[in-house]
Design a protein around this ligand. Sequence first.
Ligand code: PEP
Length: 251
Amino acid sequence: VDRPRPLVAGNWKMNGLKSSARVLSEVHAGYTPGLKAKVDLAVCPPATLVGAFAIQSVGSRVAIGGQDCHAKETGAFTGDISAEMLADAGASYVLVGHSERRQYHAEKDTDVCNKAVAAHRAGLTAIVCVGETREERESGRTLAVVKKQLRGSIPADSNSRNLVVAYEPVWAIGTGLTPTAADVAEVHTLIREELKRLVGKAEQAKVRILYGGSVKPSNAAELMAVENVDGALVGGASLVAADFLGIAGAY
Ligand code: PEP
């Protein structure tokens, strides 16, 4: 089976101002024809910048994404942003279920699933994030935890165009720690297996499974070479264009 076309997505988290247009320009400039031939790029800035970044990216083939969305389309939800609003602003992706949303906003698998449904309703590709905590890994529960998150967070209407799965061990996010290639392979293989029952046998092979957690230019090649790793979700390193491009260049 052909491997899916890789995706390297940057999660800017709560970082970025109007002046960050310069970083996006550098990403556009470094997304050379050679790189375009090999890998898709997406940048997920804070919601305040989604519209401007989408306009700035017209013609660049760099996709723009949100970092979260509400499950409803409109309504009395002060401060929230719907998937339709992100799509209207020019986004084509949205992260759902990032561990920081699960941790700081108490999002459960069902919430994440509802948000992914909303993303699909709006025509966005949902990047559904899963991953175990340090305590869960140390107690040998990684595979069970990830399996439960997948079953609870991935909606039934998912396919290879509207779903990307990101495996992000919580203990690897922003810590400089990464799992071994063997540990990444084990979890990504489990995700691929689970996708068979969630989206079907033919479709699962085309769903992209990203690894995220302390990906840097120096470790990207090793991580991206792992079986069933179809790209990266990059936090800190995505804020520096040269690092983000360096990771994409690992392909
Ligand atoms: C993330 O939070 O999605 C992430 C991967 O962060 P970092 O690359 O900074 O570990």
